[in-house]
Design a protein around this ligand. Structure first.
Ligand SMILES: Nc1nc2c(ncn2[C@@H]2O[C@H](COP(=O)(O)OP(=O)(O)OP(=O)(O)O)[C@@H](O)[C@H]2O)c(=O)[nH]1
Ligand SMILES: [Mg+2]
Length: 260
């Protein structure tokens, strides 16, 4: 079979571009976009490469917060709210976000690439992230999304503290995993309690995750020409390590979503 050869670069470009873009999906206008960016094989990274022997590492926390800040502030997106727990980050974009024509693959590849670069530089190890986009039609879906991730943080914290407690007692990875599989939430709480740990007394950021939202701050300056006092305002990204829970958290997210 003979293939017709394109005769110029322009022809070749036009022909090949179709293969590259034919399946480009754009998120519909008005649909909320939340991207979740998750560490690749971070069980191996944390236990193997980093050799961590505790569930919540201060350097990991700092690197994840630096990465969340980077995604929200310096990656070309109009962001509304961010959230991190364990090895994942979620970023809610403004509903009217138009960056990259709302192309899903551009959003996920930019965020995964930026997160991987930022985290690796912050931790000094090779850390890679994947990303996906959730397309949420209603405000309530955004509220439920963040409630879902926060409840996952709660389960991860309980599981992580139990797992490392058992490992600290000399169990292997397999033994600790087997011992915990099928254990109810109250049995896990009881296990910690028997060893002097009250789960509810653990730091809030471990049980609830860390949020990032924009706040307006008043600035006071002086007009250089007239010397008159000038009051202005600027936006500042605030990291919140003491997030509210349940209904209060729902209300906080709902307020952010509706205020845009
Ligand atoms: N020791 C320790 N582990 C952490 C910390 N933060 C995250 N992790 C671990 O990171 C892992 C995240 O879980 P997953 O995302 O489900 O698993 P994964 O190995 O990253 O696998 P994929 O996401 O499917 O690539 C868990 O094993 C956590 O225990 C930390 O501060 N300390
Ligand atoms: Mg992961």
């Amino acid at each position: 079979m003979t293939t017709r050869r394109p005769s110029s670069f322009e022809q070749l470009d036009r022909r090949m571009r179709v293969y590259e873009t034919a399946h480009d999906h754009c998120v519909l206008p008005g649909v909320h976009i939340v991207a979740r960016i998750d560490g690749r094989s971070f069980s191996q990274l944390t236990r193997g490469t980093l050799g961590l022997r505790e569930p919540y590492d201060a350097r990991m926390r700092a690197a994840m917060e630096a990465t969340l800040t980077h995604l929200m502030v310096r990656c070309g997106f109009s962001t509304l709210y961010g959230y991190t727990q364990s090895d994942e980050l979620s970023v809610l974009l403004r509903r009217d976000e138009a960056a990259f024509g709302r192309k899903e693959r551009k959003i996920v590849s930019v965020l995964a690439g930026e997160a991987s670069a930022c985290f690796s530089l912050a931790m000094g190890v090779h850390g890679a992230f994947d990303a996906r986009v959730c397309q949420l039609p209603r405000d309530e879906d955004v509220v439920d999304y963040f409630r879902w991730r926060q409840e996952d943080a709660h389960r991860n914290a309980l599981n992580g503290h139990c797992y490392w407690l058992l490992r600290g007692q000399g169990m292997t990875d397999d033994e600790a995993t087997r011992r915990l599989s099928g254990a109810s939430i109250s049995q896990r709480n009881e296990l910690l309690f028997q060893h002097g740990v009250n789960f509810n007394d653990l730091p809030a950021w471990q049980r609830r995750g860390v949020g990032a939202r924009w706040e307006h701050r008043e600035t006071r300056g002086v007009d250089p020409r007239s010397g008159a006092p000038v009051i202005g305002s600027h936006r500042e990204l605030i990291l919140d390590a003491s997030l509210p829970m349940r209904d209060e958290y729902d209300a906080m997210v709902a307020t952010l979503v509706r205020a845009q």
